[in-house]
Design a binder for this molecule. Sequence first.
Ligand code: SF4
Ligand code: SF4
Length: 492
Amino acid sequence: MSLFVVSKTRFDVRRLRFILENRVSKKLIKSLLEDREGVATIDRLLDDYIMGTVSKRDRIVYYAFFKILDMVRMSFNRTEDVFKEELKNITIRKVFLNGLKSIKNFGFTVPQSFDSPVMVVWNYTNNCNLRCKHCYQDAGVMGSRMGKRELTTEERKRVVDELSRYDIPSIFFSGGEPLIEKDFLEVARYAKSKGFYLTIASNGTLITKDMARKLADIGFGYIQVSIDAATPEKHDEFRGVKGMWERAVQGIKNLNEVGLTPVIAYTHTKDTHNEFRGILELRKKIGAYKVVVYNYIPVGRGDIENDPTPQMREEIMKIMYDELQNEHHVLATTNPVFGAYCKMNGASSAILAHYADLRVKELGAIADVIGGCGAGRAYVAIQPDGGVTPCVYMPNLVVGNLMEQSLGEIWKDSPIMKQLRAREDIKGACATCEYQAVCGGCRARAYSYFGDLMGPDPGCMLNLKYYEEKQKELSNNRKKEELIDKHLLKVG
Ligand code: SF4
Ligand code: SF4
C-alpha cells in the first residue's frame, strides 16, 4: 500500500546520494549501528543529544552525524527543542534505525529498499459483520474463507513479538473487521507496549463511545473508517447491510469525541465514482481529518466489472490534485500512479504518508526516496493464519508463515519479495516510464489482471492499450459463456 500526498518541498536526491554513498559515510553508518554493551551507538548518541550531554570526543568522532542530524532538523523546520522531543519517540527512533540499516544493507536506492518493513498491515481476521461487495479478503460473518484457520490469542502475541524483533515502526490492523475479535484490544495493548504506532482500518460500525474510549486509552494513532458514499443508500447497498452508513458516521463522531483522529477510507469503484465530491463535503461536515482514496483491486469478492477505467481514475486524481494544491482537504491515496500524476503536473514531490498525520507536508523532503508501490519493498501484509503476503491485495500469494519462519527470513530471502524490490523486469509502459521511481505501478493490479507480478498496471493511462486488450478479452469470454448458456438451455 502506498499512500501519497502532494508536497511542494523540494529535496535534492543527488545531494542525498552524494552524502550517503561516499566511503566516509558508509563507515560512519556502520559504526552508528554497532552495539556497545547492548546499546546501539546511534541510540546512545541520540540520548546524549536530547539531554545535551554529548561528550567532546563524540562531538569530534561523530561530527558528520551531528551535522546530518541538524540538516534533517532544518529540512523539517523544527526548533531544537521540538526536534529533541520528537527524537524521544520510539516510532521515530525505529524509522531512523531502519533507514540506516537499509542504506547499510541495500545501499542508497531510489526508491529505497528497506531492511525491514516500514509498515505491516495485519489482516487480523476473516470475520466481519458486513458483506461488502468489494472485499479483497472475502471476509464474512463466519469468516468467509471457511476452512482457513485463524491464530489464537497466544499466537497473535507471538506475531507481535516477532515483529518487535525488527525496526518496524507501525502496525495497521485490518481484516475482516478487527474490532469483532474478542482478543483484539488485548493484543493491540500488547503491541502498543512494544512501541508500535497503531492504526486500524474498520468499517466503523462497532465504534461505540465505549470502544472509542478504549482505543484512545491504548494509544492508537489514527483510525480509518470506510465510507463509500455521501448518502446512506449507496453505502449500505455497497456494504451489504442496511443502517451501516449511520453507524459508520456515528463511529467517526465517537472517535472525535475522545480525541482520536478519524479518517474516511473511500473505495473508488465504478459504482462509487460519482460520490467522491460528496465524500469530501461529508469529511468537513462530520469532522474527519483526512480522506484516503483506496485504489480498487479486483481480488477476493471484488468484481473486475466494477473496476474504474483509467479515465475515471484520472478524473479522481485531478480532483485530488486540485484540492491538495488549494489546501481545501487533506487527502491520500493507495494508488501509486498518483505519484506520477503529481510529477507530471509539476508538483516537486508526491509522498508516501500512510501513517503520517499533521506533518505530512514536511515528509515531502524524502518523498522521492520512499515513494511508489511498497509491496515487498517497504511494506508487507500478514494474513489471519500468520501467512505473509507482499500486499493485502495479493491474499493468495503467500510467501511464508510467521508460525514457521522468521519475518527477516521471509523478507530478505523470498524470491517474490526480491523480484518486487528489483523493478528491472516490469513490463508495459511501466518498464521505461520516467516516473517509475515514484510509482512503479500497482503490482497487485498487474497480478490481478494478468497473473503477472511484473505486468503493466492497467489502471494507468500510459498503459491504456493493455487495459483495453484485457477488456476485449473479457467481453469475448462473456459472449462465449452466454452462447454456451443459451445452448445448454436449448438442450435442457
Ligand atoms: S501492490 Fe498496489 S496496493 Fe499493494 S503496495 Fe503496491 S501499489 Fe499499494
Ligand atoms: S506507466 Fe507504470 S510506472 Fe509509469 S505512471 Fe503508469 S503505472 Fe506508474
